[in-house]
Design a protein around this ligand. Sequence first.
Ligand code: ZN
Ligand code: ZN
Length: 404
Amino acid sequence: MVSTFPNPSSVDLSRVRLSIRSLQPQLVEWRRRLHQKPELGFQEKLTAQFVSQKLQEWGIEHQTGIAQTGIVATIRGNNSTEKVLAIRADMDALPIQELNEVPYCSQHDGVMHACGHDGHTAIALGTAYYLQQNRDTFGGTVKIIFQPAEEGPGGAKPMIEAGVLKNPDVDAIIGLHLWNNLPLGTIGVRAGALMAAVELFRCTVLGKGGHGAMPHQTIDSIVVAAQIINALQTIVARNVNPIDSAVVTVGELHAGTAENVIADTAWMRGTVRYFNPELKGLFHQRVEQIIAGICQSHGARYDLDYWSLYPPVINDATIAELVRSVAQEVVETPVGVVPECQTMGGEDMSYFLQEVPGCYFFLGSANPEKGLAYPHHHPRFDFDETVLPMGVEMFVRCVEKFCN
Ligand SMILES: [Zn+2]
Ligand SMILES: [Zn+2]
């Protein structure tokens, strides 16, 4: 813990930056400690304990056990304004065996912070610490939301249902994702759709098995499944406005046991992604129509489960502009702010953004020269830790701009 933390008396930007950069060793220490003890969604007990213990140490009012393991910290500024800004960080890890050979490697078998949420939690802690020490530099209230289970089944929705956006009512929300698709020193910000809606499906084609040499006595589930998989691609090609982007992927297909046996059943799983919220419902309907039609034409039956995981992440234009202007100051070069940063990946930050205006943005964290450029969810994923104070600086300056 830093005991001699400089307290800037005015909003002197270079002093703010220097103060925040002096937090680098603590940010790295917290991040590495979290990295060593990764926990899956809704099991973030050690993580939540660590966060709560730090907040307690710094005298920050907070509530624990929200939606099982979530935490909300509340920091009130000394300037006179009523604004309430929320900052969201996710805390969960993934069921991946880490392959990095680093001193801070995961100590939990088969669980790894392979998406950077350890960094998000450290950045949110650094922001809480800085704001608590510098309450004269902003007004209103800042709520810092430490959310469980972003990787699924989703912690944002139960936290909202538990009332984290109420009392005091949140006016706007911001959040960031460390992003290895962007180089260190860049920030991806855009108004409108940033990340896609995620829908999932599972289908079993029920045919009639038999001898591989006597197909006329069977209903070949593999032939039926093959036609379904090809036809599903026509939804994007022929049912979606070509101006909109969308993806249908069948990622899993299992059928058959031998080369001379016609498979009784074929089983597949897939995902659908799109940005335009008006497309909700279309894919479910078309996937079912295609599967039903093809199965019927072959005399096969089917079982389909189709559900929506997360809606699209849609940024509010005004808050996105505030974040973009802050990013411009933080990166110091015009090329450092990247509006072309949309991805078909999904995020349950979307639920917060459905409730209040806000902006989710990407903080470039890849550094290929240091070998830190593996994609998210890879067993060798890691990021350049010099990005951590940049994250704190983004949040702190957004608070100063929004709450003054
Ligand atoms: Zn992830
Ligand atoms: Zn993530």
